[in-house]
Ligand binder design. Structure first.
Ligand SMILES: [Zn+2]
Ligand SMILES: [Zn+2]
Length: 412
């Protein structure tokens, strides 16, 4: 039986999906039975049946299968394995007790920066064992409301690639502060993300380096992002535009070519968007609203603020396979940001997503998994280590746990 003849009548270049007769019989305004995806254990291969039966019959094309909007999954997807050698020795540096509790870690220049619970920013140089206090931060306080979806407001540290500037922002909160570390930690900007539902997202802020110039991208309202000069606070992208989109956590590609915004729209649907950063800064201040490079990658009901990262400047990885938070397969979807098209999807990756442009790193429990983002194979596993960030200069994954800086060298 050739698998290219579909009951929906569409030619297909991707593998068709077998569905039960009740689902192929749905036409026009007929009520659709709750479609259930049944995973076969071979990658993401599945068939779809309605709740009352378990008899896949006819083949339909992948597009028509996607339109059925599976409401639940049975079975397990298959994870592809292709073990490769990886140096998995994690180095451990117990930090000096005087540093106190570290609540956020970020790469900066050739070192690491840490934010302490009492508001100090310290440079960490594990190779020499030195820690140097650089600045004290004072983010405007705000009265915490009820935690939204379990998110407690918390401070997060960011740094420019050249380590001159730092920013501390309150995730699921409204305010932040920018400091010039080359000028004794002088505050240069107060960040205000606006008072409309800031508790629904990590604070939108990211440094980028465009044509050798350090800039700060930050939200100034729930639906507005701006670029400012972090040395002076000067606005670099003046315009008047409205956008019906709640900006979320920002990711900047390694070469500052593109931005990925983990935002959402009412009601609520997560819609990760990407656009070109040099075009925004150089030619079109409205690039995030209506730019030619703007790409809405996918729509996921009730699903945002999840693992995602750039893989080089042209690809992103998004965690979660599916279009509704109630029916997501743990896994990764890989998109081309220049076209907005999905390149591939594979089961397995969860948690924090990080990439060195070559491999995708994900976390599950106390373990890190390594994936080939082109083929979807898992190539290695690192036990007892769950990094929170990746240093693009030193090629290390790192985290601070119980007062110890843990690092894994991944650069080949
Ligand atoms: Zn059925
Ligand atoms: Zn079809």
């Amino acid at each position: 039986m050739p698998d290219t003849i579909t009951a929906c009548g569409h030619d297909t270049t991707t593998p068709p999906v077998r569905v039960c007769a009740h689902l192929t019989a749905v036409t026009g305004d007929d009520p659709v039975p709750d479609p259930i995806g049944v995973l076969t254990g071979h990658g993401l291969q599945h068939h779809i049946v309605c709740a009352g039966c378990d008899t896949p019959a006819a083949l339909i094309c992948a597009d028509c299968a996607a339109d059925l909007h599976v409401t639940a999954w049975r079975g397990q997807p298959g994870i592809l394995e292709r073990p490769e050698p990886l140096h998995t020795t994690v180095s451990r540096w117990p930090l000096p007790p005087a540093l106190g509790e570290v609540i956020s870690l970020t790469p900066a220049g050739s070192a690491w920066l840490a934010l302490t619970a009492d508001g100090r920013i310290a440079e960490l140089r594990p190779d020499t064992g030195s820690t140097v206090s650089l600045a004290t931060v004072d983010v405007r306080s705000e009265s915490p409301g009820e935690p939204w979806m379990g998110h407690t407001p918390s401070l997060r540290l960011l740094a420019s690639a050249d380590a001159r500037f730092a920013a501390v922002v309150r995730d699921y909160g409204r305010f932040g502060q920018v400091l010039d570390l080359a000028d004794g930690g002088r505050p240069t900007m107060t960040l205000d993300g606006g008072d409309h539902r800031p508790e629904t997202v990590p604070f939108s802020a990211a440094f980028a380096t465009v044509d050798g110039r350090t800039v700060l991208i930050h939200r100034t309202a729930w639906n507005r992002l701006d670029i400012s000069d972090p040395a002076t606070g000067t606005l670099l992208t003046p315009r008047t535009h409205d956008l019906d989109y709640f900006h979320g956590r920002l990711h900047v590609s390694p070469g500052s070519r593109a931005i990925l915004d983990d935002g959402w729209v009412w009601h609520p649907v997560g819609i990760p968007q990407t656009w070109n950063l040099p075009a925004w800064l150089g030619t079109n201040p409205a690039e995030p609203e209506e730019g030619a490079s703007l790409q809405a990658l996918c729509q996921r009901a009730y699903h945002w603020d999840s693992g995602m990262c750039f893989i080089g400047d042209d690809r992103v990885a998004l965690s979660g396979i599916g279009d509704d938070d109630d029916a997501m397969i743990p896994g990764a979807r890989i998109f081309d940001v220049t076209t907005g098209t999905q390149l591939t999807a594979f089961a397995g990756p969860t948690g924090t997503f990080l990439s060195d442009g070559h491999r995708l790193y994900s976390t599950a429990g106390t373990t890190t998994h390594v994936w080939d983002p082109s083929t979807g194979h898992r190539t290695a596993t690192v036990p007892d280590f769950t990094p929170t960030c990746l240093h693009p200069g030193t090629g290390e994954l790192a985290t601070i746990t119980d007062g110890t800086l843990l690092r894994l060298q991944i650069k080949i």
